[in-house]
Design a protein around this ligand. Structure first.
Ligand code: PLP
Length: 234
């Protein structure tokens, strides 16, 4: 697996060259992360707290760790001191916990709100009603140690590119709509995290600012050693 060559090929195929690339290194050994680092990558995406915890001390200190998967509230405290961006904030409960942990260590933690845009019921994320409820609540306005930097979404896993495009477009529309709203100062909507190995070009055409790419860089993942990837079984 030539990680450097894969990275070059991926970047060359970007529709929007200024879109940020997050290299999704979940399940991959530290040597693979180091190879990507040597090729210039600083942003790495992981979806398990335990795995970030294990890899973080092994990588140079300027590595930026992105938590891209579903995050359980009781695990926030482990990554709160160093996580660069939490992409998968999918409930108000989780956001409040991140705020609480940030407060404890006096750090404002950058997050994205994950919206449910796919047809599949199994994918995590806010629906529009839940989002509105949160945005309109008094408790929300009082958060002090989170910074909401944008939205994240995962499209349906399908060959139907029109379907994928429609879902990304819907997320972009919501993103633009929210930007115009009068929201608390800790909401700075600038990042739209959408697109993975199979759909990043469509995502970029639809306005993605950040793509999360794993298998196109590091090769297919092998989950045969007892690993499970709950609610994300492509
Ligand atoms: C695994 C994962 C990715 C990367 O998937 P690839 O298809 O390997 O590029 C992106 N986003 C999330 C949330 C993931 O869990």
């Amino acid at each position: 697996m030539d990680i450097k060559a894969n990275l070059e090929a991926v970047k060359k195929s970007f529709v929007n060259p200024s879109c940020q690339l997050i290299a999704v290194s979940k399940t991959k050994p530290i040597e693979d992360l180091k190879a990507a680092y040597a090729a210039g990558i600083r942003d790495f995406g992981e979806n398990k707290v335990q795995e970030i915890q294990a890899k973080q001390p092994e990588m140079p200190t300027d590595t930026r760790w992105h938590m891209i998967g579903h995050l359980q509230s009781n695990k926030v405290k482990y990554i709160a001191p160093y996580v660069h961006l939490i992409h998968g904030v999918d409930s108000f409960k989780l956001l409040k916990e991140i705020n609480k942990q940030g407060k404890k260590i006096n750090r404002v933690i950058p997050v994205l709100l994950q919206m449910h845009i796919a047809e599949e019921e199994s994918k995590f994320g806010f629906d529009q009603t839940e989002l509105e409820e949160m945005l309109n609540s008094e408790e929300f306005a009082q958060l002090t140690h989170v910074q909401i930097k944008g939205l994240m979404g995962m499209a349906t896993f399908t060959e139907n590119s029109d379907q994928i495009r429609k879902e990304f477009r819907g997320l972009k529309t919501l993103f633009e709509e929210l930007k115009k709203r009068d929201l608390p100062p800790f909401v700075h909507l600038e990042d739209l995290s959408m697109g993975m190995s199979g759909d990043y070009q469509i995502a970029q055409e639809e306005g993605s600012t950040m793509v999360r790419i794993g298998s196109a860089i590091f090769g297919a993942r092998n989950y045969s050693q007892g690993r499970t990837e709950k609610k994300y079984s492509h």
